[in-house]
Design a protein around this ligand. Structure first.
Ligand code: UDP
Length: 244
């Protein structure tokens, strides 16, 4: 699978079909995966953090989640096939999981949300096996114990960044039976219908960020980082940081 580098962060140039197929090929080979989401916010938080960058880069899959990544790639004349969002890839994995008898654990969001997301996913994908849920505000070690007990093969962690990445990094080796780990941010809020995702035409116009901003105005300061990100991409300032 082709990869490009944005601000020193590797991102896959792939399609949903190709990456899902590859993920389940690895699943059959019993390889443990940490699927990393690369979006402008994560890059801005971590591009001066060589340790995190190295952890992200050594994983097999880094998805270009966020239109800012595609824009930055274009500015750098790099080619990324398409945007792969965390929530859409999560749906692809949920859909395929039934074919592989893979058991899923969902961890994150406010009390009750993961449970509602479970019901919604079971309605959409009748073959899915969700063997456990936990809200995202319990002590992390409790969530770890629940996951261990559930014997899940796939773990979706939806506690926001960097909490979800740190959790996966800290616990994945202690959970060798789980093969797929992925941070999925606010996805459970959307799947449970707690928050409405933008209509398709807004997503296609690449304006999902604006829709989310209008729904959650407190995101304004977070989204300012996107402007800074594009500014750096435009003025080519990242190379010296890539070497860090
Ligand atoms: N969250 C959580 N535990 C925490 C902090 C946050 O489970 O300690 C949840 C929060 O309820 C929300 C998600 O993490 O469902 C974060 O969503 P956000 O919109 O920040 O994620 P993004 O998709 O932007 O990464």
């Amino acid at each position: 699978m082709n990869k490009e580098e944005i601000f020193g962060f590797k991102v896959c140039s792939t399609t949903y079909e190709e990456i899902t197929k590859n993920i389940f090929k690895d699943f059959e080979a019993k390889e443990q995966l940490f699927i990393v989401n690369i979006n402008p916010e994560i890059v801005m938080k971590n591009y001066k953090n060589p340790e995190m960058k190295q952890i992200f880069n050594k994983q097999k899959y880094q998805i270009p989640d966020g239109i800012g990544i595609l824009l930055a790639a274009k500015l750098k004349r790099k080619y990324i096939k398409e945007r792969i969002t965390g929530i859409d890839l999560m749906n692809c994995i949920c859909k395929q999981s039934g074919e592989y008898n893979a058991k899923i654990f969902i961890y994150g969001a406010k009390p009750g949300i993961a449970e509602r997301a479970k019901k919604e996913l079971e309605n959409i994908y009748p073959k899915i096996q969700i063997v456990g849920t936990s809200n995202g505000y319990v002590e992390e070690v409790r969530a770890y114990e629940e996951i261990k007990k559930s014997k899940a093969d796939i773990v979706f962690v939806a506690t926001g960044s960097p909490k979800q990445e740190n959790f996966i990094i800290k616990y994945k080796e202690k959970l060798p039976e789980a093969k797929i780990f992925m941070g999925v941010g606010g996805s459970l809020d959307v799947i449970s219908k707690n928050i409405k995702r933008a209509p398709k035409w807004i997503i296609q116009l690449n304006l999902e960020w604006l829709y989310r901003l209008l729904q959650e105005p407190k995101r304004f300061f977070r989204q300012l980082k996107l402007i800074k990100f594009l500014w750096i991409a435009l003025w080519n300032k990242e190379e010296k940081n890539e070497k860090n």
